[in-house]
Design a binder for this molecule. Structure first.
Ligand code: ATP
Ligand code: MG
Ligand code: MG
Length: 383
């Protein structure tokens, strides 16, 4: 038993599942709050789990009473109840941090206030087409319309390409709380996993992320065609952003590298993140190990956050048939440097994250050669 304390997690999806994989190796008990047989619960046999929703106050309270440290694998949680229980149980990161981050507009206003560069944004009250056109006059086209809350995998984003899109925007996002963001004409996207401990802020290496239809498709570690200077600037910016928040744990920082080589923060996740999956195979300790160690004040040598070997991570999304993801995973088993992860989710909706593949090799080009046929397969199976 590395630690007798019990960890409670709001959410039991794939991130919770991979957190449990890390906790199991250290004999740390993790109690999951989510529906029965959620991906995380499937790999953790004890009677400490709670059935219910992480958005529901009573269930959050019940989880808090069952453990010593409460954390999250998703930010769309009831922070009201977390605030209430914070007097009797440790909540990491702080409920204040979760409350700011779960509202993207609030998050960006907060970052701007703290001197962290983000795309210019403006609040909207409803999706009135006239108001949307006014934003177009201010920002020019295209610009991004975003839901302030409950957004993930691009569900909550709408690209307004021209004045004519204003009515369609109302149809797609009309009933959600909205804000608009100036278009970031980026050269590429970068991400850094930051670890906030009791002693300070550490980072994993900078990676490049490739999104397709607003969903992360690939990550490259190290990034392609990015100078060491820019990669290190991204780490510094990520550290600066996370140092402003209260609490401990890992944070994913998504950034845009603009054509003039400057960086903007796109958004922050107060938890393990898709862009950090590669750390499981490519680094001495993974983002999941780091999260557990950070929230429990266990040692994290800075050198254990280094890249041992270049890596490429490819997401496996639900495809055109219900078993597309299983076919991709099976094909990946033939590749000598591929680690295959399936999440134990039920139905495979097109675009739903069902698993991922990480390839590590002595050079990034060797990873690229090995992953290419799998990318082709993913493209062929696209729903
Ligand atoms: P996640 O699953 O990462 O939480 P999300 O639904 O919160 O995604 P965002 O990160 O806001 O969505 O956007 C998804 C992607 O859309 C970004 O990675 C980027 O490719 C593109 N994007 C977002 N905002 C902008 C912008 N202002 N300008 C240009 N492209 C953008
Ligand atoms: Mg997001
Ligand atoms: Mg994002």
């Amino acid at each position: 038993m590395a630690d007798k304390r019990k960890v409670g997690v709001l959410g039991g999806g794939q991130l919770g599942r991979m957190l449990i994989e890390a906790a199991n190796r250290l004999n740390i008990q993790v109690n999951i709050l989510d529906v029965a047989a959620s991906p995380a619960k499937q790999i953790s046999a004890h009677d400490g789990h709670i059935t219910g929703s992480f958005k529901e106050a009573a269930a959050v309270k019940e989880l808090a009473q069952s453990c010593d440290v409460v954390t999250v694998e998703i930010e769309h949680v009831d922070t009201q109840m977390l605030e209430e229980v914070a007097g009797s149980v440790v909540v990491e990161p702080s409920w204040k941090t979760l409350r700011i981050i779960k509202d993207k507009f609030l998050q960006k206003a907060y970052l701007k206030e703290h001197g962290v560069d983000v795309a210019e944004s403006v609040e909207l009250h409803g999706a009135d087409p006239t108001a949307i056109r006014e934003v177009g006059t201010k920002f020019g086209y295209p610009f991004m319309l975003k839901s302030k809350t409950e957004a993930y995998d691009g569900r909550g984003n709408f690209v307004v390409k021209s004045e004519e899109d204003a009515a369609r925007a109302k149809e797609v996002l009309g009933d959600r709380p909205l804000y608009a963001e100036r278009w970031a004409d980026f050269r590429l996207e970068l991400a850094v996993m930051v670890v906030k401990t009791k002693d300070g802020v550490l980072t994993f290496p900078t990676v490049e992320t490739v999104h397709e239809d607003s969903v992360c498709k690939l990550t490259y570690a190290p990034p392609r065609n990015v100078s060491a200077e820019a990669a290190s600037r991204a780490q510094e910016l990520a550290k600066k952003a996370i140092a402003t928040f209260e609490g401990k744990g890992v944070f994913g920082v998504e950034m845009f590298l603009l054509k003039d080589d400057t960086l903007l923060v796109n958004e922050i996740a107060p938890r393990p993140h898709n862009s950090g999956h590669y750390t499981i195979e490519a680094c001495p300790i993974s983002q999941y190990d780091a999260h557990l160690r950070a929230i429990l004040d266990l040692p994290i040598p800075a050198a254990s956050l280094r890249l041992r070997e270049p890596a490429i991570m490819l997401n496996i999304l639900g495809g055109k048939t219900p078993d597309s993801h299983a076919q991709i995973a099976k094909a990946a088993l033939e590749y000598p440097n591929a680690s295959v992860h399936l999440y134990g989710k039920g139905d495979a909706r097109p675009g739903r994250k069902m698993g991922h593949i990480t390839i590590t090799a002595p050079t990034l080009s060797a990873c690229e050669r090995e992953v290419q046929p799998l990318i082709d397969l993913v493209d062929n199976q696209k729903g």
